[in-house]
Design a protein around this ligand. Structure first.
Ligand code: ZN
Length: 140
């Protein structure tokens, strides 16, 4: 039996989309239910829509606001698709420092405001074999 680590678990898979309503319908057709409240994340210039997958994990659709910001750049370069995986960690500030010491390239020097009342940081895909990894901690 593989060990399950409560201190680091999948919170969401984020998908970059250019039309939130259209994308949401695809996942609703598959059977997911979305939180009717969408959230604007100013630091990332996106609107997000969340659907639960299980008790922890969500699908997060991220859509650029006014065709600007990092998600728009991602879509321009790669098209729509999986943007990042996000893991909940006990303390994102501590984890950021730990990963920096281990030589991982972080997107932000210190964690920033994310969706769902979280502080977040990202590990650069160049450090992780091509996957943008978000680490997040819910603010107290
Ligand atoms: Zn995320």
């Amino acid at each position: 039996m593989l060990k399950y680590n409560k201190d680091c678990y999948l919170d969401h898979v984020a998908i970059a989309v250019s039309n939130l309503d259209h994308a949401q319908k695809i996942w609703e057709d598959l059977g997911l239910s979305f939180n009717p409240v969408r959230e604007e994340v100013k630091s990332q210039q996106v609107t997000t829509a969340f659907a639960n997958i299980d008790e922890h994990a969500h699908i997060e659709l991220v859509c650029p606001i006014d065709n600007q910001g990092p998600i728009q750049k991602f879509i321009d370069k790669n098209g729509e698709g999986i943007h990042h995986m996000s893991f909940k960690v006990l303390d994102v500030e501590k984890k950021t420092e730990e990963l920096k010491l281990l030589g991982y390239k972080m997107i932000y020097d210190k964690p920033v405001e994310g969706a769902n009342n979280c502080l977040v940081n990202f590990v650069h895909p160049k450090s992780t074999g091509g996957v943008l990894v978000e680490i997040a901690t819910t603010k107290a």
